[in-house]
Design a protein around this ligand. Structure first.
Ligand SMILES: Cc1cc2nc3c(=O)[nH]c(=O)nc-3n(C[C@H](O)[C@H](O)[C@H](O)COP(=O)(O)OP(=O)(O)OC[C@H]3O[C@@H](n4cnc5c(N)ncnc54)[C@H](O)[C@@H]3O)c2cc1C
Length: 419
């Protein structure tokens, strides 16, 4: 017999797991299930093992970092705080960044965003994916305050099929387990099976680029600054971690990425130092390199009756401004708030709630998606007129305090809350 749930969330990575925690905290009457290919206890164990090496020397610190680290803005931090998880995350490992310095290879344009200009202690934090997941999974595993909804986590499980039923959707997992969902949530990433099942079209394109990600140590301090240089081939970012460590995201055309990935460390570091103008001195140690293909995708609809999309399944964005997780967290907060407003699961107006969520999030997500695409194309162009426009644009924003502060406030994250 199939297990019956008010909500089944397919995808329990950052966005799906955060959404489950929000519901757990706020919708006590809700029966919730999460399905993911990952095993939460393995994530918790690997995080603890990595953090137990903190006394070691720099190269070992490099190995202790999850290659997936994200710039988490104050909006997302506030959501984690409302979940009562930010202290646990901070106690594991986070690195605050106070400034962001951006410069262009093809012109003299440069701009620095400083948290002090908007009277904030920081612009955001660089946090490892597995640190955030550990806190979320620990909560979902039941180490939570009383009077909260319980969540069944179907780990190491993949969806085999999705079928429409009178009450909603029947989910069959690859190991034969069946779940019935009144509301099916797709937090299953860019290649979402939930989106396909709901017949939701998308628009978008591949950038034919790959982001190379690695952790490294530099001679000089990063000064708690996120550094980003725009090259004609794509942006190169150094995100500050603890001590003199940084996490790089270097976006290049895919054939060039394949070449760079095959270089030995010494030759790779030489090219990287050149691309970065050795802003932080030499690179003294580097860890393993990882590759992520880059694409843009936007779902034409975020919902259908009985189905809703969150995070990357609804919108996949270029990582140059580090906003994907942040937008997904806002989706989850707004969907939680909207469902509660309509008294889910007791309501028969679920679709109305889903439409309201879609109206609230689509414009915001599209704006960010479009802005990042424009940046990517604008900085990639060698045309004189485009170079001039971007140089003038950066100088104007740099000199106009109002525009600069507005840009910073948007990047910090809107007043997201699920209360
Ligand atoms: C190089 C790079 C750097 C980035 N840096 C930043 C940054 O600094 N800040 C930021 O905010 N964002 C950043 N992003 C974006 C961020 O990675 C994504 O927006 C975010 O990971 C999306 O989370 P998600 O939970 O929506 O989807 P995903 O992380 O894709 O999770 C989907 C989950 O669904 C599961 N799943 C999928 N299909 C199935 C199935 N059939 N059955 C069961 N489970 C399934 C998967 O196992 C996975 O766990 C970056 C992206 C890239 C590529």
């Amino acid at each position: 017999m199939a297990g019956r749930y008010d909500i089944v969330i397919i995808g329990g990575n950052l966005v799906g797991a955060a959404f489950a925690c929000m519901l757990q905290q706020r919708a006590a009457a809700c029966r919730i299930a999460v399905v993911d290919t990952q095993d939460p206890s393995a994530v918790i164990d690997s995080t603890q093992a990595a953090l137990s090496t903190l006394h070691a020397s720099a190269p070992q610190w490099i190995g202790s970092y999850d290659p997936r680290v994200f710039a988490v803005n104050l909006g997302s931090e506030r959501i984690f705080a409302e979940l009562g998880l930010w202290d646990a995350i901070s106690a594991m490992r986070v690195s605050a960044f106070k400034r962001m310095h951006v410069w262009d290879q093809q012109s003299s344009a440069r701009i620095t965003f400083d948290a002090a200009e908007i009277y904030q202690p920081k612009l955001g934090s660089i946090v490892e994916q597995r640190v955030m997941l550990s806190a979320l999974y620990d909560r979902l595993a039941g180490n939570s305050p009383a009077n909260q909804a319980s969540v069944d986590f179907f780990s190491s499980s993949r969806v085999r099929s999705l079928e429409k039923t009178v009450q909603g959707t029947r989910i069959t997992l690859e190991d034969g387990i069946e779940l019935d969902a009144a509301l099916l949530v797709g937090a299953d990433g860019t290649d979402s099976v939930v989106r396909d099942y709901a017949g939701i079209d998308t628009f978008g394109w591949s950038y034919h680029q790959t982001a190379i990600v690695a952790t490294l140590a530099t001679e000089r301090s990063h000064e708690s600054t996120a550094w980003q240089r725009f090259l004609p081939s794509g942006p190169l970012a150094f995100l500050p971690l603890q001590h003199n460590l940084s996490s790089i995201v270097w976006s290049v055309d895919t054939p060039d990425a394949e070449r760079l990935l095959q270089l030995d460390d010494e030759r790779f570091v030489q090219e990287l130092e050149q691309a970065f103008e050795s802003r932080l001195g030499g690179i003294t140690a580097i860890g393993q390199r990882y590759a992520f293909p880059l694409r843009l995708l936007h779902a034409k609809h975020y919902c259908r009756p009985g189905v809703v999309l969150l995070g990357n399944s609804a919108h996949t964005i270029h990582p140059l401004a580090g906003q994907g997780v942040n937008l997904g967290m806002q989706d989850a907060a707004v969907l939680t708030q909207t469902l509660l407003k309509y008294d889910f699961p007791r309501t028969d107006r679920v679709f109305r709630a889903l439409r309201e969520y879609e109206r609230c999030r689509k414009g915001e997500n599209l704006l960010m998606l479009g802005a990042m695409d424009l940046f990517k194309r604008g900085f990639g162009s060698g045309l004189f007129a485009v170079k001039l426009a971007r140089s003038m644009g950066m100088q104007l924003v740099g000199r106009c305090a109002v525009a600069k502060k507005a840009a910073m406030r948007r990047a910090l994250g809107a007043a997201a809350t699920f209360y």
